[in-house]
Design a protein around this ligand. Structure first.
Ligand SMILES: [Zn+2]
Length: 182
């Protein structure tokens, strides 16, 4: 297993709709890929990560479900689709591709998602609250939608200076990693 580099805002792959996973074809590669995605997400304490965030054009995401009196649950979503949604909620959201940026985003409060699990079996998930928000965030990633594009025009203007500053920082961090590897 290995930790993969997370693509940051501004990288084209984040704004492109991902390709559906041909499970039979990718079956042998998926276990390593999925393990890497969990390891990468855990390394930065994320709650979700899409394949395109680690540079892979695949409709695949992982989500961590936090449970109060129980261990966290790791969920794999292959070719997920939103099939039902209701209600509205506004909560502060962050994204591993936008380290340091948080903004209040409007989301459905309840969703139903269908996908395949890591074994290629169909699953149906009913979620609400934080879990529902994480699912919508990852589904958006897979459709090439970054969370800041869900902001109102006024809010987007407000986060623009912060985003500009952050982009410069990320660039420096990425560059220092590249030079330390050489
Ligand atoms: Zn994200």
């Amino acid at each position: 297993m290995s930790i993969r580099r997370i693509c940051k805002y501004g990288e084209k792959i984040l704004e492109k709709k991902t390709r559906r996973v041909d499970f039979a074809k990718l079956k042998s590669e998926l276990p390593v890929l999925i393990a890497d995605m969990f390891e990468t997400m855990d390394a930065v304490k994320g709650l979700g990560l899409s394949a395109n965030q680690v540079g892979l054009n695949l409709r695949l995401a992982v989500v961590k479900i936090k449970r109060e009196n129980d261990a966290d649950l790791n969920l794999v979503l292959i070719n997920p689709e939103l099939v039902e949604s209701s209600g509205t909620m506004y909560e502060e959201e962050g994204c591993l591709s936008f380290p340091g940026l948080f903004a209040s985003i409007k989301r459905f409060s309840k969703v139903k998602v269908r996908a395949l699990n890591e074994r290629g079996l169909p699953i149906e998930i009913n979620a609400e609250g934080l879990f529902a928000r994480a699912l919508q965030h990852e589904l958006d990633h897979l459709d090439g939608i970054v969370f800041t594009s869900r902001l109102s025009f006024a809010s987007r203007l407000k986060v623009k200076p912060a985003l500009f500053r952050l982009k410069k920082q990320w660039k420096k961090i990425d560059e220092s990693k590249i030079s330390s590897r050489e």
